[in-house]
Design a protein around this ligand. Sequence first.
Ligand code: ACM
Length: 263
Amino acid sequence: MIAGYYQFNPVFGNKEENLERVRRVLLGHDFELMVLPEFFATGYQFVSGDEVRALSEPVPGGPTTEMLAEVAGKKSAYIVGGLPEVDDGRYYNSAVIVGPEGFVGSYRKSHLFFEEKLYFSPGNTGFRVFDTDLGRIGIMICFDWFFPESMRTLALKGAEVIAHPANLVLPYCPQGMPIRCLENRVFAITANRTGSEERKEGKRLTYIGLSQIVSPGGDVVLRASPDEEEIGTRDIEPSAARNKDINGYNNLFSDRRPDLYEL
Ligand code: ACM
């Protein structure tokens, strides 16, 4: 499977321009699974409820999901990307997965980061794995990675590839994800953004780039720069994530001791 990330620096609030840019770039590249950043078409640093209301969309049916579905149809591929979602008067930090036949599903971020808590509701979908003709794709969003339960849950649900839209500002994720992948024996594709936003005086957020693809062995097979726009792909074999054996005696899943874990 040709899988990858597209990292770039979206312009806050200019959804039309950001969507058109992503559309053009994706149509010009070959891939079967592409992961886009969190909030890739809106920008990240919301400073009012009015902005959240103006930029959020129903899922499916909004312009972001529609554009992604159109591109996925044309490329016969799958795309995962993040967007602010509105549903029944509540706002969520969500991600959609679309495929050759259109909308496949969505996920709402479980662990909200920093001032997201001012504007968004914690996700209520739980962690979801989508059975596609490429393999089993699980989704988590940015800060979810910091909670090992997120990827463990996705792995226990059968995920082979974790699609991870992100807007990372803390430095830890690029070095942390190899361990998450190793302890769960899954692939992960983190698509982060670049640039910075200071839409509140004195509260500049600088996004760290370094999007990456990590293997079930914990190897970084591809990593982007900290600050350049980059689309990166690699040929990966999702079925390599199915073997949870460490040796003839140890298996990552069957050796677990949930009776001892205080969950
Ligand atoms: C984050 O969750 N956007 C850091």
